[in-house]
Design a protein around this ligand. Structure first.
Ligand SMILES: NC(=O)c1ccc[n+]([C@@H]2O[C@H](COP(=O)([O-])OP(=O)(O)OC[C@H]3O[C@@H](n4cnc5c(N)ncnc54)[C@H](OP(=O)(O)O)[C@@H]3O)[C@@H](O)[C@H]2O)c1
Length: 278
């Protein structure tokens, strides 16, 4: 089997998606990349025939279906699907409108569902492939002030773990990627959405939003190193179901697991009380 693969990456006009696409193309892989505007892909034109820019509305099943069909028509197969597109939503739950919440879930979670549903018929037929869903450390160990973003990323993490079990017998690997802070556009004003409505009692949460804004440009994670991590993942005989990216994500996850263990042990007796006794 060829060592270079056909990749389909969502939200690849900037940040992690763009870094990943560039690194893979430079290594000879074929990349189909989606964006809301293909004009953003002019910078990748020099990669020629190995690159397929796709203007896709990730909220439309039809738009995604057409883009995956075009990928197969151009490259003949599909090996790795990376659900990368997403954006942060800050605010206390009470402060967020129904529209702010549903838009975030549409992009961060339901787009993943749609892409996986449209890709699976091809991967199933091949009896091979790797689906990589980009969740977040927030989809495992939530921080303060991002409740709905965390909920959407937990949904991605939950779906991905379940898919890893369901699809293994069909020869399809599935990995949930949980990055810590990466130096992308993510913390910039045009990539993050904050609650329009503010409730004074939640003023303490603004501090955590400020922390995020101030981190812009100083995050530990290097997006240009993600491609090598993903290549190691897809070449592995036993790929991780959950891959934490960055030492910050790794340590935050470890700390949550330790706390969960302590809490479970101290509540074990109560947990056991609900069993039938005979
Ligand atoms: N950077 C971090 O610190 C960090 C940490 C944990 C998790 N993540 C996750 O990593 C993924 C990539 O983030 P990034 O850091 O590379 O962010 P980024 O630089 O802001 O890029 C995000 C990408 O997602 C797409 N996107 C954003 N809002 C969208 C919307 N409303 N509809 C459709 N597409 C949209 C954009 O696609 P277009 O090309 O259409 O503009 C863009 O290319 C996201 O899922 C994010 O939640 C990031």
């Amino acid at each position: 089997m060829s060592d270079t693969k056909v990749w389909y990456i969502t939200g690849a006009s900037k940040g992690m998606g763009l870094s990943l696409a560039k690194q893979l193309l430079a290594k000879g892989h074929k990349v189909a990349a989606t964006s809301r505007s293909v004009a953003a892909f002019d910078q990748l034109a020099s990669y020629g025939d190995g690159f397929l820019p796709l203007e896709v509305d990730l909220k439309s099943e039809q738009s995604i279906a057409v883009s995956i069909k075009k990928t197969i028509e151009k490259f003949g197969e599909l090996n790795v699907v990376v659900n990368n597109a997403g954006y942060g939503l800050g605010g206390a739950l009470e402060e967020l409108s129904a529209e702010e919440i549903s838009e975030n879930f549409e992009v961060n979670f339901f787009a993943v569902v749609r892409v996986v549903q449209q890709a699976l018929p091809y991967l199933r037929k091949q009896r091979s492939g790797h689906i990589i869903n980009i969740s977040s450390i927030a989809g495992f160990a939530p921080g303060l002030g991002w409740s709905m973003y965390c909920a959407a990323k937990f949904a991605v993490s939950g779906l991905t773990e379940a898919l890893a079990n369901d699809l293994k017998p069909l020869g399809i690997n599935v990995t949930n990627v949980l990055p810590g802070w990466f130096r992308t556009n993510f913390a910039k004003a045009d990539s993050i959405v904050y609650n329009q409505n503010q409730i004074d009692d939640y003023a303490y949460l603004r501090e955590y939003h400020e922390k995020m804004n101030n981190m812009d440009g100083a995050q530990m994670g290097d997006p240009d190193k993600i491609a090598d991590a993903f290549l190691e993942l897809i070449r592995s005989q036993s790929p991780a179901v959950n891959l934490f990216l960055g030492s910050d994500a790794f340590n935050r996850a470890k700390s949550k697991i330790e706390q969960l263990n302590i809490q479970m042990d101290s509540w074990k007796e109560v947990s056991y009380t609900t069993d039938f006794k005979s």
